[in-house]
Design a protein around this ligand. Structure first.
Ligand code: PMP
Length: 428
């Protein structure tokens, strides 16, 4: 064990190959989290950290909710699992589908469950193409996505990646085109250039998350949705991050008054207590499959509608509602933005982003970034030594605490970030 600023850094020899990880250095030092309660997590040395990112943007109701644990345990004792293909169902899946459909910002929504966000993106891509094939427009196959977008790392998600470094192994899917992230006119041009009769769907995060918390300019989402409607292109809202309270509502996209054709969700649907994701298809998209005999979406994953995951989802929605966490998220977005703004006087910080949703980012100073390779990672480690977990996202640091956080917690985060910035500034 080596010591850094009083914090234990444990070399942990294990075969565990972590996602998105520089394994050469990670194998020298890992933080193993062993316990969590509400906004706090603890590592093997008993060190406590504030969960400044709700783990990977998902711990919306916070950690350690016994109601969810009990709901999952009860379900596993009654029925551990049984498949949901064809005419099979289980009670939690039936109930959760209705709970989600009722809250979705579209008419007659139908819910297709998966095991996570990437599964759901693949599902939405195939569903969009299958829908057009079913209504006699099989040539509508082109999928559009935006610069800076993150739609997971499955085949379609990688093809739809707007973060260039994530396009590992691409090309994966033909007929995928990227458009600038905040320009509805460019979206219109791309559709016209392909020929609208060839374009199936446009994938859009309400607020771009992993790409650096990029809040759309006023009117952009509405204008992009109008362009899609005009050309008969399906508007797919990727609410994997923005859903279940992060933007103060159920699916994020309501914030912009847009009624999507498909909504992709995951993460906050269970707050991470079980892996689950899915797609809500508006009634008109589901119609050819639901109302006409012979049309089958030949697609689905083994654990789709897993009863324990759906039980977690039901309990999670109950908590979000009972504890008023959607409203709380709305209340906290301003205070988080203020705290991040207060850090922009620091020489290592260029500007703060956020203010729409309980999520934000600090963009680092370009001069220091150029002069200090690995600066975002160094800052993450430095802030961790002051007891707060945040994430580097490209040239920025990201923040998205559980929706149960308080203003006092935000002060704690602000102090820790400033201390971490000072530590690194002294050495640069
Ligand atoms: N879409 C968005 C907007 C996401 O942020 C993510 C995950 N961060 C995904 C899709 C993929 O979800 P998963 O990691 O569960 O596959």
């Amino acid at each position: 064990m080596t010591m850094t600023d009083g914090f234990a850094q444990r070399p942990v020899e294990s075969a565990l190959w972590a996602p998105f990880a520089p394994m050469h250095s990670v194998r020298q030092s890992r933080t193993t989290i062993v316990r969590a309660d509400d906004v706090w997590v603890w590592d093997t040395d008993g060190q406590r950290y504030f969960d400044g990112t709700a783990s990977l943007w998902y711990s919306n109701v916070g950690h350690g909710r016994t109601e969810i644990v009990d709901a999952v345990t009860r379900q596993l004792r009654t029925l551990d699992a049984y498949q949901c293909f064809g005419d099979f169902a289980n009670e939690p899946a039936l109930r959760l589908a209705d709970e989600i459909a009722q809250r979705a910002p579209m008419d007659g929504g139908k819910v297709f469950f998966t095991s996570g966000g990437g599964d759901s993106i693949d599902t939405a891509a195939k569903m969009a193409r299958a829908y057009f094939a079913a209504i006699g427009q099989p040539e509508r196959t082109v999928l559009l996505h935006r610069e800076h977008s993150y739609h997971g790392t499955h085949g379609f998600g990688t093809a739809l990646a707007g973060i260039p470094g994530n396009r590992v192994g691409a090309p994966f899917a033909p007929n995928v085109t990227q458009v600038p992230h905040f320009d509805p006119a460019a979206l219109d041009r791309a559709i016209v250039e392909h020929g609208p009769e060839r374009v199936a769907a446009f994938f859009c995060e309400p607020v771009i998350g992993a790409g650096g918390v990029l809040v759309p300019p006023t009117g952009y989402i509405e204008a992009a949705a109008a362009v899609c409607r005009r050309h008969g292109v399906l508007f797919v809202a990727d609410a994997v991050i923005c859903g279940f309270g992060r933007l103060g509502n159920w699916f994020g996209i309501e914030r912009f008054g847009v009624r999507p054709d498909l909504v992709v969700f995951a993460k906050g649907v269970t707050s991470g207590y079980q892996p689950l994701g899915g797609v809500v298809a508006a009634g008109h998209v589901a119609e050819p499959f639901w109302d006409e005999p012979g049309n089958i979406l030949r697609h689905g994953q083994t654990y789709a509608g897993h009863p324990a995951a759906c039980a977690a989802g039901i309990a999670n929605i109950e908590i979000l509602e009972r504890d008023g966490l959607l409203q709380r998220s709305l209340k906290l977005e301003g205070p988080l933005a203020e705290r991040l703004d207060s850090l922009t006087d620091h020489p290592l910080v260029d500007h703060a982003r956020g203010g729409t949703g309980f999520m934000g980012a600090l963009e680092l100073d370009p001069g220091y970034l150029a002069a200090t390779p690995g600066l975002p990672g160094q800052l993450m480690q430095a802030v961790r030594r002051h007891g707060v977990l945040i994430r580097p996202m490209g040239s920025a640091l990201g923040f998205s605490p559980p929706l149960t956080a308080t203003e006092e917690h935000l002060d704690f985060v602000t102090d820790a970030v400033r201390a971490g910035l000072d530590d690194i500034h002294r050495t640069t």
